[in-house]
Design a protein around this ligand. Structure first.
Ligand SMILES: C[S@@+](CC[C@H](N)C(=O)[O-])C[C@H]1O[C@@H](n2cnc3c(N)ncnc32)[C@H](O)[C@@H]1O
Length: 165
């Protein structure tokens, strides 16, 4: 089965409706669980491949859709949320996110779509988008009071881009 969709940090695959979509390659930096959390015994992070989104072992332009939902919070070692979502590193978060975005972009084919999710509870969306080499076409909060936003990028080849006047 062709894998033309990449989830670059799949975690527990919580937002997937089909958690084993046959055309999707699920990757994460860890392979853990179940029994990771005493509160959520079924929580598990079982990627198809263990991989670091900062250095994806994948060919250039090999996916049509990439979803990038990295850790978005600085969390303590024992935090339950950390078990579920991982944590940003205080020293390296900016370069981690930039490298992750660059890698997702590299493996995306021309005209491919990248979905980026960000919760601005601790870091403003603007400060994260500034790290990226590309800007989204549009983005939307997932609820009027929610701090989580979903952004859509498209890899439009340079020959299709108009000169800025
Ligand atoms: C916000 S969670 C993803 C949640 C997921 N979208 C879901 O629906 O359940 C972020 C994930 O990024 C993973 N992660 C953190 N650093 C990573 C890295 N350098 N490379 C790949 N995955 C990473 C964490 O292990 C964690 O599972």
């Amino acid at each position: 089965m062709d894998k033309f969709i990449l989830d670059a940090c799949c975690g527990n695959r919580q937002f997937w409706l089909d958690k084993s979509h046959p055309n999707t390659l699920y990757v994460d930096i860890r392979n853990e669980g179940p029994n990771l959390s005493k509160f959520r015994p079924n929580l598990k992070v079982r990627p198809d491949k263990v991989m670091d989104f900062r250095a994806l072992d994948l060919k250039d332009k090999s996916f049509r859709l990439v979803v990038f939902d990295p850790p978005q919070l600085f969390l303590g070692e024992k935090s339950e949320l950390r078990i579920k979502y991982g944590s940003l590193n205080k020293e390296t978060w900016q370069s981690d996110l930039k490298q992750g975005f660059d890698e997702c972009w590299r493996v995306l084919e021309d005209y491919g779509v990248l979905i980026f999710k960000w919760s601005e509870s601790q870091i403003k969306t603007k400060d994260v988008l500034e790290l990226f080499s590309q800007q989204p076409l549009f983005g939307h909060p997932s609820g009027s009071k929610s701090k989580t936003k979903w952004f859509t990028f498209m890899k439009i080849p340079s020959c299709q881009k108009q000169e800025m006047k």
